[in-house]
Design a binder for this molecule. Structure first.
Ligand code: SAM
Length: 325
């Protein structure tokens, strides 16, 4: 059956007139759809391009590599505009900036033992089928160069029945690894894994939330202020993106004596803002707030930073308190 794609929804799926969602189809494209929702392009969009990543066809990690950067920028801008206007907010949206390929410093991979070997990578879209993605074009080369380490860790630490989660962050001191769903390790496996990690420039590895080895503190910098995030903490996906966000956020608060940072995480905006202003950081995750406090203590010249653990959905900040910032 022939269909025309009318729009792209905010999950980057093409949508036909009858509301059928077709992942990876683009507005203006004429397609034929099979019963299994597989599509063939009859007439391609002028914005369609060949994806840079060789894994893109089967990998579910990325959803919009098949279209030009200028199309992506306009689409993202419109997603933000429509979210804001749904709440009656009209504003000017600055041009969208996108990160370079191979610049993502954080990623969660999965690892699985197969009969004869291991697979480490991402799931196929909407499945639990894992595919190996050693040439992913998205992530930092330091992560790619440790793929054989992730495979060894899977071999030693996954059972035949389970899939382990391997979260990796590139820090200034080396890789920060956080493994979840791993099996309980025998001493011998612990020794093998820690020895391998040391060879692969790993700064820290945690296993099922317990610290396995801390060779060096995995520090990250926010405008030159060093912080050691807790394992698997939220960080902006790329360092370049983080610095641009900080620069722009600081433009809004540079004139304020007191700043409140809601959903502060581990201080992406709190710590740079403290160069000029007193800051109250609020987040529900205590370990991230502890990391902010420690970084503040270890950095000279910052104004006072206080932090508060609070669930901001259950207990939003009242008008009276907000007015004091
Ligand atoms: C996307 S991160 C942003 C962190 C930081 N602003 C940054 O840019 O790096 C969102 C943060 O919100 C926090 N969070 C999520 N739900 C929350 C809630 N209900 N109340 C307070 N904090 C919450 C998380 O712990 C996380 O640190």
């Amino acid at each position: 059956m022939k269909s025309i794609i009318l729009t792209l929804n905010d999950r980057a799926e093409g949508v036909t007139a009858d509301g059928t969602r077709v992942p990876r189809a683009l507005p203006g494209e004429e397609i034929t759809l099979s019963k299994e929702n597989q599509f063939k392009i009859v007439l391609p969009s002028k914005d369609r391009i060949t994806p840079v990543c060789t894994h893109y066809k089967s990998c579910g990690g990325c959803s919009i590599q098949h279209v030009t950067q200028s199309f992506i920028k306009e689409w993202k801008s419109n997603v933000i505009k429509s979210c804001l206007s749904a709440r009656g907010i009209e504003t000017i949206i600055k041009p969208i900036l996108t990160s370079e390929i191979n610049s993502r410093r954080r990623v969660t991979l999965h690892g699985m033992k197969t009969k004869k070997s291991v697979t480490v990578g991402f799931f196929k879209k909407n499945t639990h089928e894992l595919i190996s993605t050693p040439s992913c074009e998205l992530v930092d080369p330091e992560i790619l160069s440790a793929f054989s380490l992730f495979e060894e860790i899977t071999l030693l630490g996954a059972t035949r029945k389970s899939i382990i989660e391997i979260s990796v962050t590139v820090s200034k001191a080396g890789l920060d690894l956080n493994i979840l769903n791993g099996k309980k390790l025998e001493n011998q496996s612990i020794m093998k894994i820690t020895a391998l990690c040391e060879n692969f420039n790993v700064a820290r590895i945690t296993w099922n939330e317990d610290l396995l080895a801390n060779f060096l503190n995995p520090t990250i910098e926010f405008q030159g202020i060093a912080i050691t995030p807790p394992p698997n903490a939220f960080l902006q996906a790329t360092e370049e993106g983080q610095e641009i966000l900080i620069e722009n956020a600081m433009l809004s608060v540079f004139n304020s004596d007191k700043v409140i940072d809601l959903f502060s995480g581990c201080g992406t905006f709190t710590l740079p803002a403290a160069k000029r202003s007193e800051v109250l950081a609020i987040d529900k995750t205590k370990s991230m707030l502890s990391a902010i406090e420690q970084a503040w203590r270890e950095t000279s010249g910052l104004k006072k930073v206080t932090s508060r653990s609070q669930d901001l959905f259950k207990e939003p900040i009242g008008k009276e308190e907000l007015n004091s910032f």
